[in-house]
Design a protein around this ligand. Structure first.
Ligand code: G
Ligand code: G
Ligand code: MN
Ligand code: NA
Length: 250
């Protein structure tokens, strides 16, 4: 089973790797970039999903080396993207509320010789619980670097609307349960429409997550989602495969 010790060994011995799931414009299906997703291949061969070990990493202090590992994998990809494309990373709130975060990211971008707009930052809505602080400050600085800041899994995390309104963010990624429900019944459709209206009012880009069917794609388009991510158009894949999609122009 998965232990902190096992995860630490994986960090040292190459047991972790990333996949990248592509993102597309909702209307033209043009590739806009992707999302980096970490995976753990345990020594017994089991593939452990991040939902199982990211919380373990957060509890044991391994989240910082894990985040560094993902940076090490993602940064070289950025240099190989087409202009306008970006790869986003997932951050637990605590990792975004660290001192010197922006300086560290700026230095990594400079080392690759790429502009900040190639990197996306995803944070879960639970980050919005609590008052403004270092997190907000960091997000504002990251935006100044050109990084796009997204709220991930939107709709599941009890965020306060007033926080949402004042936070420095660029986009909402609608959790896949709302995309699924919208294609299912009228109440689900109404709910998704409300999310779309709110995002419009707040001037936020909308990304639909977990789009698996044409019906779900239609719903996402109908409420004005700019971008789409999901199995219908692209599963998480090896970074090299993702890069070849990028160069094809998607
Ligand atoms: O495919 P999927 O099972 O990869 O991802 C499940 C969850 O794990 C998502 O909520 C995602 O935010 C989280 N996750 C995936 N990769 C990372 C990562 O590199 N860092 C962190 N902190 N979370 C990740
Ligand atoms: O929480 P976050 O959005 O970062 O996690 C993305 C998760 O959603 C990853 O586990 C990814 O593998 C998964 N995912 C991506 N597209 C789809 C999809 O179309 N259907 C389902 N069921 N999961 C998806
Ligand atoms: Mn995400
Ligand atoms: Na999400």
């Amino acid at each position: 089973f998965s232990t902190a010790q096992g995860l630490r060994r994986a960090l040292d011995n190459g047991g972790l790797f990333i996949e990248v799931q592509p993102r597309f414009t909702a209307d033209q299906r043009q590739l806009t970039g992707g999302e980096a997703l970490v995976r753990w291949r345990r020594e017994d061969g089991c593939l452990i999903p991040p939902d199982d070990f990211v919380p373990l990493a957060e509890e044991t202090g391994l989240i910082q080396p894990l985040t560094e590992f993902v940076f090490d994998q993602v940064m070289p990809l950025l240099a190989r993207l087409r202009p306008g494309q970006r790869v986003s990373m997932n951050f637990p709130p605590a990792q975004l509320a660290r001192h010197n975060l922006t300086a560290m990211i700026a230095a990594r971008l400079a080392r690759q010789g790429v502009p900040g707009d190639r990197l996306g930052i995803e944070l879960t809505e639970s980050a919005l619980i609590g008052g403004p602080g270092l997190l907000d400050e960091n997000l504002r600085e990251l935006q100044r670097l050109g990084c796009a800041v997204a709220i991930d899994d939107f709709g599941t995390g009890y965020s306060s609307l007033s926080r949402l309104r004042h936070l420095p963010i660029d986009e909402l990624k609608i959790d896949r349960v709302f995309i699924r429900d919208a294609a299912r019944d009228a109440a689900g459709t109404a709910f998704l429409q409300a999310i779309g209206a709110m995002a419009n009012a707040l001037n936020l880009r909308l990304v639909a997550e977990g789009v698996e069917t044409v019906e779900e794609l239609d719903q996402a388009r109908r409420i004005g989602c700019h971008e789409v991510q999901g199995w219908l158009w692209g599963r998480p894949m090896a970074p090299e495969e993702f890069l070849s999609l990028c160069l094809d122009g998607g």
